[in-house]
Design a binder for this molecule. Structure first.
Ligand code: XBP
Ligand code: MG
Length: 248
């Protein structure tokens, strides 16, 4: 089966959005709501194991602030708080505070020129994903932008990937996924998709044994990547040819 499509996760994969983007925006929304909740860089690393911003707020409240009583209904209160967080996050993105990771734009440009189809599969809310794509890439480049609550179950459930495959009318063996985290890899693997993982500080100790290839990033000619797991790659950066070699 030839490589037909590349599917990208957003947070951690296209850009390192979590520490200086989402985390800070959560804290801004908490402060605005009069809460003394503060998510440190280290605590946020633990909270990231709960995918989804609303789900993460609920988990934190129940596990770390069990005495707190939100206004009823709690789900609406969480949704409102998350909406404010989304505004703060988008603001940080439009200010240009979160750059793309190495190799992302280069690989996407190469794929477009070669007629490879592109899609996005993310757990974060659609307005958040769109803010980053509009700022640093082009929404039109992606045939499907699947985000947040569009599917019933977030990663590590495979739903978002299954949804993308259905929308594109593709089989898993036609596609290659790019992820940064274990929940993301589990989601893709459960959908029978081949996956390249690019790690970062929050995910470098996670289990990526089902990935095709694990890298520190996709690399640039002047910023070579490192292969952390999988076959040796003889170029200093990840190209379409590298992607195709994973299908041999
Ligand atoms: C990303 C997430 C998201 C973001 C926050 O996971 O889990 O929840 O952390 O975004 P992935 P929202 O990269 O695996 O898609 O607040 O919009 O949910
Ligand atoms: Mg991710």
């Amino acid at each position: 089966m030839p490589l037909t499509a590349l599917i990208f996760d957003v947070d951690g994969t296209i850009a390192e959005t979590e520490r200086d983007g989402h985390r800070v925006a959560f804290n801004q929304a908490f402060a605005e709501a009069g809460l003394d909740w503060q998510w440190s860089v280290a605590l946020y690393g633990k909270l990231l194991l709960v995918p989804g911003g609303k789900e993460r707020i609920e988990h934190y409240w129940q596990q770390y602030q069990p005495q707190f009583e939100p206004p009823a209904p709690a789900a609406a209160w969480i949704a409102g708080l998350h909406q404010r967080k989304t505004l703060y996050y988008r603001d940080r993105i439009t200010q240009g505070l979160i750059p793309l990771r190495p190799g992302i734009k280069r690989l996407i440009t190469e794929a477009r020129a070669a007629g490879i189809r592109l899609a996005i599969a993310t757990t974060s809310a659609l307005p958040n994903a769109m803010a980053l794509i509009e700022r640093s890439l082009e929404p039109d480049w992606f045939e499907v932008i699947a985000a947040g609550d569009i599917v019933p179950q977030k990663k590590p459930a495979p739903d978002i990937y299954t949804y993308v495959l259905q929308q594109m009318q593709l089989a898993p063996e036609d596609c290659l996924v790019f992820e940064d985290s274990e929940p993301g890899l589990i989601a893709a693997h459960q959908a029978s998709l081949r996956t390249v993982v690019t790690v970062h500080n929050y995910t470098q100790t996670q289990d990526f044994s089902t990935a095709q290839l694990v890298l520190d990033h996709l690399g640039e000619p002047e910023q070579p990547m490192q292969v952390l797991q999988g076959q040796a790659v003889d170029t200093p950066y990840f190209t379409l040819e590298t992607a195709r070699s994973l299908f041999a």
